[in-house]
Every structure is written in structure tokens, then in C-alpha cells.
Design a protein around this ligand. Sequence first.
Ligand SMILES: NC(=O)CC[C@H](N)C(=O)O
Length: 278
Amino acid sequence: MKRNYNIAVLDLNAGQTNEGMRCIKKLVEQFLSQEDINGQYTVFEVRNATELPDIANYDIFISSGGPGAPFIADEKWEKLYFAFLDAALAHNEQYQNKKHLFLICHSFQLACLHWDLAKVNKRKSTSFGVMPIHKTKDGLTEPLFEGLKNPFFAVDSRDYQVVKPKYNKLEKFGAKILCKEKIRPHIPLERAVMAIRFSQEIFGVQFHPEADSEGMLKYFNREDKKSLVIKHHGKKKFQNMLEHLEDEDKIVKTHKTMIPTFLKRAALSLKESKLLPI
Ligand SMILES: NC(=O)CC[C@H](N)C(=O)O
């Protein structure tokens, strides 16, 4: 019998239109359309409508990026969001049928703050574009990075950054830093943490592995985004990002690798847990 998978997509975009949600839905739909997979997904409007999934009803969760400062402002949705993160963690400590969670950008920053694993502060300037991401030693054996080069390429789009990792806390938590932002030999700034494996089932990235070339092309055609890249990286780099958007080994590869592998591995783990005695 086919197992049925319930997927929750947590939308943290606070109503702002963006390409991320289209890409996440596309990847989830591709996963669910496979012949040996049965399932459905529900989108939760976390920030504007204070909607959050009851973790008992879902197996797999993808939590999106979103605008604004990721600082805790005691809003109602934040309390519920942090309770949701803790519930997933607590569930996994107790039960065989795990809850699988993928955190993107804003969600990742919030989780780092909530679990107090690093600092989050404002960057000197916005980071936007296609960037190289460098695997750490732990990143070299990360299953969700399998097939990705070192460095690999991903879309970055943020004003804030996860820095100053708290190594003692990370170790106690059982979390591992998997990659860092690009090497800038002439800039005396700390390189931000770009991904953490929080546990066997909970994974987070500060970049956008969901991004596809279609969405990025739309952004690059916008005057504000174009001038942002040119301001920080120059015209040549902008042309370079544009020309290589559809290369099979850059963001296309990251898009086709990370979230699909996360979904595949989550499905496999859930299928196997069904076979285990409770
Ligand atoms: N794309 C995102 O999720 C951005 C995260 C956060 N709002 C930042 O600016 O850093």
C-alpha cells in the first residue's frame, strides 16, 4: 500500500508577493506527483493570519523565507511559531514517526535565535544575487548536499545574517554548521553561517534552495534588484549572474537537489517508521 504524506508549507512572507512560494509549491507538487507517492499539502499564512499547523496532522514541513527583521517582537504568531518549532523537536525525541522540517532564510534565522545557537544581526548591506556557498567539513558529508560542488551556487536575498555561532550550545543541541558564505579575503567581516543541521530531521538554510532560474530572471529584470547587484558587485558580475542562471551546475542544480532530496529522505524515513513496532 502507498503511504500517504501530509505536507505543511508555512508561508512567512507576510502577504508580500515573491517567487519563493511559487518555487516551494512547485517542488512539493513535483514530489507528490510521483507514481509511488500519495499525499497532499496545505499552505499556512503564518504572519498575517496567525495560521500554524497542528504537528500531529502533518509529517513534513517546509517553512519559507520572509521580509523584515527576524527579531523577536512578541507578536502572537511568533509565540505560536516558536511553540511549533519546539513541538517538532519534542515529538522527535519521543516517537519513531518523525516530523521532518526544512527551514528557509527568515525561518532559519528565527530558529537560530529561538534556540539561541548564534547571533543574528543586520548586514552592512543587502545581499542579493547568485552566490557561492562553501561547505564546512561537516557539510562535506551532508546528505542534502550530495551531488553539489564545493562551493556550490545558490540565491541569496537578505539584509540580516546568522553570525557568532555558540559552539557549546550547538554541540549540546546536536547541531552542525554545514556551510558558510563566500570567502572575501579583503573584507575583514565574519562569514555568516549559511546552513545548520539542527537534528536528524530538522534542517535549515539561510539561502534559497527553492529558487529557480525563471524566478531569478524575473528579479534580475526589476530595476531595483538589478541596480542592487550592480551597486555591490559591478556590471560584469551582474551580466555573469544573468548569463549563468540556466547553467545545469549552478542554481538549477541546487534547486533540483536540496529540497527534492529532503522530501525523498523524509518519505523514506516515514515509510520505514511504519514498519517498526511502536
Ligand atoms: N529572504 C529572506 O527570508 C530574508 C530574511 C530576512 N528578512 C533578512 O532580510 O535577512
